[in-house]
Design a protein around this ligand. Structure first.
Ligand code: ATP
Ligand code: ZN
Ligand code: ZN
Length: 836
C-alpha cells in the first residue's frame, strides 16, 4: 500500500500529491486525512494523506517511507479531503492551503531544528569513525552534553545553546565531527492539557479502615482518606489541596502506601466552564414558525440535500426555528453545524444553544485561546458533541454524519475569507451539505441578492450546471404580533439649515431625553468604515497619509497618535502642518470616541458603553460590555457594526443610526445592499419585546431607495430595484466576478505585467466565444498602494455556466517568470466581496 500525500512545501506549493511507502508498523494508523511527517529532499515536512492506493507513479523501490504519523485519529475526515479539492478548484488556491484551513491553528506544523546523538556514537561503535580518522576524544563537558541529549532523545538547538551558553563552539564541533546530527522535527503548537488527578484505591469502607490504621500523628493523611471516603470519585489534585488546606507531600505519602494513585488525566480547556446555562424547553411555535419548521423537518427526514432560504423579519423567531430543526436532526442521530458571523457570536447566542442542547454543543470562534479552540475541536473529533456553533471556519468541523447546516445572517460579507483560501462559507456549506445529503438553512431578515436570485424560477434555467435551486420560506411577522418599529428618516442637510450643527438631529435628541427619563435603553450605531477620523490642515488642505500605503491615517484619541489600518504604521499627532506650517491642523469626522464625548456633554450623567475595535480587543471584553448593558448598568450602547446584529435586549426601545450614508458612498456595487441590510438590522434591535420601538436614520441622502425601503421594512421593493440595477450593469447575481490583483514595488514592471495579463485573458476569452466573458482593466486598484507595493487589478465578468478557472490560471501562468524573478504577487479572488 502507498499513500498519496499533499506536502506543506512553503516555497513552491503545488497541487501534486507525492507517493510514499507506508511502513508495516504504521499500516493501522495511516488513513485518508492522516497528518504525517515525510522526508522531502533533505527536510522533513508535514503533509496530509489524500489517497491510499497500490499503483505508485514511480518505481516503488525508489519511494521513501512515511516517517511519522502525527495523530491517533486522522484530523480530517475523507469528505473534508474531498472538499479541499473542491475549494482548491473553485477558489483557485493550492490544495494544501485548503487543507490547512480545515484544521485548528494548534495543529499547524511548527518546524524545529533538533540535534540528537548520532547512532554510531550512541551504540558506542567507534570502529567506523576510527577508520575514517574521525574518532576524537570528547572533552568531559562534551560527554556531559552528549549524555544530556541522549537522555532526552533529541533537543531543540536553541534550547541546547541556552543551557550550555558558553559551549556554542564545542557543540558546533560535535556536529561537524558527526557525533551530533541535526534533525528537523515537526512539533504541534499545542497539546492536550493534562491535570494531576487523585484516584482513591478502594471503596469508602476500605478507605475508612485505612484511615484507622494510620498512626495518630498522621492527622492530615487521615483527613484525606476520610474526605475521599465521603466522595469516592477521582478529584483534581489542586482541588483536593485547596479543599483541605494541605500540602502535596501529604497526598504523595498516601500514594506511596498505595491508598490512592495520582495520575495525569487529559482535560478540555472549556471557555464556558464557569458559566451556568439555564436549560430551556422548546417554545410553542407561532403558525408562521410551524409552517416553516414543518417543511424543514420534512426535508431533514428525507435525508436529501436541499437548500432553504429562510427570509424572516427581525424578531420573527428564526433562532427558535433553528433550535427545533436541530432537535429533529439530532433525533435522527445526525449532526448539525450552525454558522453565525463572528461579530454576533455573543454570549447571548451561545446561551441559546447551550441552554437548549447543554454540553452537546461545541463553540468555535476566534476570541477563544488557541488551546480552547483546539479542545472544542477535539470534542467534535472525539464525538463528544453533535452540534457546533461557530464562525466561518466551523463549516470544516470534522463531523461525519451531518444532517443540517444553518447559516444565520447569510447575507453577511464576513462569511467570505479575505486571505487565501478566499472561500465563501455560504457556498462551501452548500458543497459540504451536498456530500452528506444534508439540509441547508440560509437565514436572514435581509437575504443577499445572490441567495434570493437562487429562489427565482429563472435562476434554475439560467444555471444548468450551477447551484441547486433554493426553496424560499418566509416569516413576515414578529412573534406575538409585536409591531416592527416606527422608522423616521432625518435629513441632516435640513438640520444644518435650521442651525443644528450637532451630530444628533433634534428628533433623535428629544427621543434620547425621553428614554433616559423612562429608564429605557438606547442603541446608537456609528458605522466605522469610511468614517474614521482623519487629520486635515484647514489652511492648505494637507491630509495626513500613510507613507507606505495609499490611505489616510486614522486618529486615535486615547494615544494621541495617527495609525494606518492597513500596515500598522503609527506617528505622533502633529501640532503644526508638515506641509505649510499652519497651526490649523486638526482631526475631522466623527469617531465613536467623539460621539461618546458629545453624549456626555449634552446629557449629563448619561451612562454610555462604547463598543468598537479599541474597546473590544481584550479577551472577554465583548461579553463584559453586553452583560453590563443587559443588566441595565448603562443607558446607551454605542458602537460600530458590532451593535447592529443579533442582539435581543427587552429594554431597548430606541435605535439611532447616526450616519446612514457612510457605506452608501463607498465605490462598491454592493453599497446600496449593505446600507439596506445595516439599517434594517440595527433598526431590528428596537422593540423586540413588550415595549414598542422607534428608529431614527440620519442621512444626507434621504431619497435613496435603500434608505426608504429600510424605513418601510420593505425588502421586496428594495430587492426589485436592486435586481434591476445589477442586471443593467451585469453585476452579480446575474454575472459572476473574479478579481485579479497584481502588486509590485515598481510601477513600470507592474503596469507591463498587468497589461500582459489582461491581453492574455482577452485572447483566451475570445477563444471561448460566443460565451460572454468580459475582461475589465487593467486599472489601478481603489487602494493603489499597500505596504510600499503598488496595486493594479483586472476583473473578469462571466456567466455561471462557463468554467473559468482554467482560463484564469492559464493567463496567470504567463506571468510565472516575473513572479519568480521579480517577486510580482498575483492574488485571485473568486466572487469577491470587497473590491479594494
Ligand atoms: N414561538 C415563540 N413564542 C414566544 N416567544 C418566541 C417564540 N419564538 C421566538 N420567541 C422570542 O422572540 C424573540 C425574537 O426571536 P429571535 O431572536 O429568534 O428572532 P430572529 O428572527 O432571530 O431575529 P433577528 O433576525 O433580529 O436576530 C426572542 O426573544 C425569542 O425568545
Ligand atoms: Zn497646511
Ligand atoms: Zn500603511
Amino acid at each position: 500500500m502507498y499513500a498519496k500525500v499533499i506536502v506543506d512545501v512553503p516555497s513552491k506549493h503545488t497541487n501534486r500529491g507525492f507517493d510514499y511507502l507506508i511502513p508495516e508498523t504504521m499500516r493501522e494508523w495511516v488513513a485518508i486525512g492522516s497528518r504525517v511527517g515525510v522526508p522531502f529532499g533533505p527536510r522533513k515536512l508535514q503533509g496530509f494523506v489524500v489517497e491510499l492506493h497500490d499503483r505508485p507513479d514511480f518505481d516503488p523501490a525508489k519511494l521513501k517511507p512515511i516517517s511519522e504519523v502525527m495523530d491517533l485519529y486522522p484530523p480530517l475526515t475523507p469528505d473534508l479531503v474531498e472538499l479541499a479539492q473542491w475549494v482548491s478548484k473553485t477558489y483557485l488556491c493550492h490544495e494544501i492551503t485548503a487543507l490547512q484551513a480545515m484544521i485548528p491553528g494548534a495543529l499547524k506544523a511548527k518546524y524545529e531544528r533538533h540535534v540528537k546523538v548520532s547512532d554510531i556514537h550512541t551504540n558506542g561503535d567507534y570502529g567506523n569513525l576510527l577508520l575514517q580518522g574521525q574518532r576524537t576524544m570528547l572533552l568531559p563537558i562534551q560527554e556531559e552534553i552528549a549524555a544530556f541529549i541522549r537522555d532526552k532523545g533529541s533537543v531543540e538547538i536553541g534550547a541546547l545553546l541556552e543551557k550550555y551558553t558558553d559551549q556554542g563552539g564545542l557543540i558546533k564541533q560535535m556536529i561537524t565531527q558527526g557525533q551530533l546530527v541535526e534533525v528537523q522535527m515537526i512539533k504541534d503548537r499545542m497539546s492536550a492539557k493534562k491535570v494531576l488527578t487523585v484516584f482513591p484505591s478502594g471503596q469508602p469502607e476500605q478507605l475508612r479502615q485505612w484511615a484507622e490504621l494510620l498512626a495518630a500523628r498522621s492527622m492530615k493523611q487521615k483527613e484525606v482518606l476520610l474526605y475521599l471516603a465521603e466522595q469516592p470519585y477521582p478529584i483534581k489534585l489542586t482541588d483536593l489541596l485547596n479543599e483541605l488546606g494541605i500540602s502535596a507531600s501529604t497526598v504523595k505519602s498516601l500514594a506511596d502506601k498505595d491508598y490512592l494513585t495520582i495520575k495525569e488525566v487529559e482535560v478540555f480547556r472549556d471557555p464556558y466552564a464557569e458559566r451556568n446555562f439555564p436549560r430551556t424547553k422548546p417554545l410553542t411555535l407561532t403558525p408562521e414558525q410551524s409552517q416553516v419548521f414543518n417543511r424543514i423537518s420534512e426535508a431533514v427526514h428525507e435525508r436529501n440535500h436541499q437548500v432553504f432560504l429562510l427570509h424572516g423579519v427581525t424578531g420573527s423567531g428564526k433562532t427558535e426555528v433553528y433550535l427545533q430543526s436541530i432537535q429533529t436532526c439530532l433525533d435522527q442521530d445526525r449532526e448539525a453545524i450552525v454558522l453565525v458571523p463572528e461579530i454576533s457570536l455573543t454570549p447571548q447566542m451561545v446561551e441559546r444553544f447551550k441552554g437548549r442542547f447543554g454540553n452537546q454543543v461545541a463553540v468555535l470562534h476566534s476570541r477563544l485561546s488557541q488551546g480552547e479552540r483546539y479542545d472544542e475541536w477535539r470534542k467534535i473529533m472525539l464525538k463528544q458533541v453533535s452540534v457546533v456553533i461557530g464562525a466561518r471556519s466551523a463549516i470544516f468541523a470534522p463531523f461525519t454524519k451531518i444532517g443540517l447546516v444553518i447559516i444565520d445572517e447569510e447575507h453577511e460579507s464576513s462569511y467570505k475569507q479575505e486571505e487565501s483560501p478566499k472561500y465563501h462559507a455560504r457556498d462551501v456549506s452548500i458543497a459540504r451539505a451536498k456530500q452528506h445529503g444534508a439540509v441547508v438553512i440560509l437565514g436572514s431578515a435581509t437575504p443577499s441578492l445572490e441567495s434570493m436570485y437562487g429562489t427565482l424560477p429563472e435562476a434554475a434555467q439560467d444555471t444548468p450546471n450551477g447551484r441547486a435551486p433554493i426553496e424560499l420560506l418566509t416569516m413576515k411577522e414578529r412573534v406575538e404580533g409585536r409591531p416592527l418599529p416606527k422608522v423616521h428618516i432625518v435629513d441632516m442637510r435640513e438640520e444644518l439649515s435650521k442651525g443644528n450643527r450637532s451630530m444628533f438631529s433634534r428628533g433623535l435628541h428629544k427621543a434620547i431625553e425621553d428614554r433616559l427619563e423612562k429608564k429605557e435603553q438606547i442603541v446608537l450605531l456609528l458605522n466605522r468604515r469610511g468614517y474614521a477620523t482623519f487629520v486635515m490642515c484647514r489652511s492648505c488642505g494637507f491630509v495626513a497619509g500613510c507613507p507606505h500605503c495609499d490611505i489616510s491615517l486614522t486618529y486615535h484619541q486615547s494615544a494621541r497618535t495617527l495609525r494606518c489600518h492597513y500596515c500598522g504604521y503609527t506617528e505622533r499627532e502633529a501640532t503644526t502642518c508638515p506641509s505649510c506650517g499652519s497651526e490649523h491642523i486638526r482631526h475631522f469626522g466623527t469617531g465613536t470616541q467623539r460621539v461618546e464625548e458629545e453624549l456626555g456633554k449634552l446629557f449629563p450623567g448619561i451612562r454610555v458603553i462604547r463598543m468598537d475595535v479599541d474597546t473590544t480587543t481584550e479577551k472577554g471584553s465583548h461579553e463584559k460590555w453586553l452583560t453590563l448593558f443587559r443588566n441595565q448598568q448603562a443607558d446607551v450602547l454605542l458602537g460600530t457594526q458590532m451593535v447592529a446584529k443579533g442582539l435581543d435586549f427587552p429594554q431597548v426601545t430606541l435605535v439611532g443610526a447616526l450616519a446612514a450614508d457612510t457605506v452608501l458612498n463607498l465605490p462598491d456595487f454592493r453599497a446600496a445592499e449593505r446600507t439596506f441590510q445595516l439599517m434594517t438590522q440595527v433598526g431590528g434591535r428596537a422593540g423586540r419585546h413588550e415595549l414598542p420601538g422607534e428608529v431614527f436614520i440620519q442621512t444626507y441622502t434621504p431619497e435613496h431607495y435603500s434608505i426608504i425601503s429600510a424605513s418601510n421594512h420593505d425588502y421586496k421593493s428594495f430587492m426589485e430595484k436592486e435586481m434591476t440595477f445589477r442586471k443593467f450593469h451585469d453585476y452579480p447575481p446575474f454575472h459572476r466576478l473574479i478579481l485579479i490583483t497584481l502588486s509590485h514595488e515598481q510601477i513600470p514592471l507592474l503596469m507591463r505585467s498587468a497589461e500582459t495579463l489582461a491581453a492574455k485573458l482577452k485572447e483566451l476569452a475570445k477563444s471561448m466565444a460566443p460565451t460572454p466573458i468580459d475582461i475589465l482593466g487593467p486599472v489601478a486598484s481603489p487602494i493603489s498602494r499597500i505596504k510600499d507595493r503598488y496595486r493594479f487589478q483586472c476583473m473578469v465578468k462571466y456567466r455561471e455556466e462557463v468554467s473559468i478557472a482554467g482560463l484564469v490560471q492559464q493567463a496567470a501562468a504567463t506571468l510565472g517568470d516575473v513572479v519568480k524573478q521579480h517577486k510580482l504577487t498575483i492574488s485571485i479572488d473568486v466572487d469577491p466581496q470587497v473590491l479594494m
